[in-house]
Design a protein around this ligand. Structure first.
Ligand code: HAM
Length: 430
């Protein structure tokens, strides 16, 4: 037996029905906000992420050489690829540019429930908007996408990494190492980094700040603790929360100065969305405003966005019992005997052309075995094609739930199987 690689999954039809349902909600929501779809490649040059994603992601990348010796990486996220695409080909496109993507990404993490080495992200970016308007639009899209997927129980935590960055007056790379230690709540490492940077005097303040969570007043406290570095961040988040209310987003949003984010490119507002139903890996999405275009040779442009962990939203949707439309068969066609086999395929093709979900016996089993199979596949109806009925232009239509069966004209089959048509005495047994 060949095992699949650690941290990967075989997504089965039941899981994919829910995954597809969630994906359809994401697509609908992104389009309703005026976003257009884009898709960077699955693998990228290593330099796209090297020294840009930050210490958190860099240790987790799937790095490999191709046959020509190029250093490549399986994308650990979409944002860097989308920004490369923007700088190389889309920089003259009308602003703001609102782009979304969905697909698998790869990170060499320690696998557990909700944490995989191959997982799906739904990722959205706004490039070239005014900061407050664009940040609020991105955050509102994240929250609305989750709602439209049917998941209700989440809380949104909004922070401001810019406040911490302007407080830490050291080169960006040193900041990133300090912020990474803070993000991981690795206080030993934090101490070492601060010591190395000659910043031991701020250790207590940083630890105090990341514990602040609550209403906008916690930002006031943070601003006071940070001195001059914190003032504008406080006003900004207060205005952002006010703008979110215009989108109908009032409840379930808290200010949280402990939101540091694992990626190094964030510069201003940052946020995370959590589900209380997922155990340890409860972060279903995160994002914020960032600076990347200039690292790829473009002009600076205000950039903000987020990604949702699609697998975690699927899990949350399952835990919350969100109903997913069944993808069962409308009918299963059973030829009774070889003489009618060709006709059964003719009927099948006709029914399929109307958009109904139709399967047909491909083994030549007897009727009772075929009915068992139809049952196992969740078919709503069985169409039994027999020589005797065909003489009169009919087939037998069997309701798989009740076992009720009657003769119907072949010509009427499609309309009788139509989902909205009341069938058999006005009862649709779906
Ligand atoms: P991120 O927080 O690294 O952000 O990932 C976004 C989401 O992906 C997380 O909130 C989580 O739900 C999900 N996720 C992360 N790792 C795993 C894993 N191993 N297994 C399952 N799900 C996981 C980004 O990737 C940024 N590019 C978001 C962004 C876009 N910021 C600005 N624009």
């Amino acid at each position: 037996m060949i095992e699949r690689p650690r941290g990967t999954r075989d997504l089965d039809p039941a899981y994919l029905a829910r995954h597809t349902h969630v994906g359809a909600a994401f697509r609908r929501t992104a389009e309703s906000f005026g976003f257009r779809e884009t898709l960077p490649p699955t693998f990228e040059p290593l330099e796209l992420f090297h020294a840009k994603a930050g210490p958190g992601i860099e240790d987790e990348m799937y790095v490999f050489k191709d046959r020509a010796g190029r250093d490549l990486v399986l994308r650990p996220e979409f944002t860097a690829g989308v920004l490369r695409h923007y700088v190389n080909e889309l920089r003259n496109a009308p602003k703001p540019l609102k782009l979304w993507s969905v697909g698998p990404v790869f990170r060499y993490e320690e696998p557990q429930k909700g944490r995989y080495r191959e997982f799906w992200q739904y990722s959205c970016e706004i490039l070239g908007g005014a900061p407050l308007d664009a940040d609020a639009e991105a955050l509102a899209l994240a929250v609305q996408s989750i709602r439209n997927a049917g998941v209700r129980q989440t809380d949104t935590r909004v922070g401001h990494i810019g406040m911490l960055r302007s407080y830490l007056k050291v080169p960006r790379e040193v900041q990133n190492r300090i912020l990474h230690a803070l993000d991981k709540r690795n206080f030993e490492r934090l101490h070492t980094e601060l010591d190395g940077a000659g910043l031991l005097d701020v250790e207590g303040t940083l630890r105090e700040i990341i514990a602040l969570r609550g209403g906008p007043e916690v930002l006031r406290t943070a601003a006071d603790l940070l001195g001059g570095a914190g003032g504008s961040g406080f006003d900004y988040i207060r205005d952002l929360l006010d703008r979110l209310a215009a989108y109908g987003i009032r409840d379930g949003v808290v200010c949280d100065m402990g939101i540091i984010r694992g990626l190094a490119y964030y510069t201003g507002m940052v946020f995370q969305i959590h589900s209380p139903n997922l155990g340890a890996e409860d972060q279903v999405g995160g994002g914020g405003s960032y600076a990347l275009a200039e690292l790829f040779g473009g002009d600076p442009i205000f950039s903000t966005g987020f990604a949702l962990g699609m697998d975690r939203i699927v899990l949350a949707s399952e835990v919350e019992g969100v109903a997913v439309p069944p993808t069962t068969l409308d009918a299963y066609v059973i030829p009774i005997g070889d003489a009618v086999r060709r006709k059964a395929f003719d009927i099948t093709a006709n029914l399929r052309s109307t958009g109904l979900r139709i399967d047909v016996d491909l083994i030549g089993r007897g009727p009772s075995k075929n009915l068992d199979y139809a049952n196992a596949m969740g078919a709503r109806w069985a169409v039994l094609v027999g020589e005797r009925e065909l003489v009169g232009g009919n087939v037998a239509l069997r309701n798989m739930k009740t076992g009720e069966q009657r003769e119907v004209p072949v010509a009427d089959l499609a309309s009788m199987l139509g989902i909205d048509k009341p069938l058999m005495g006005g009862v649709d047994f779906q």
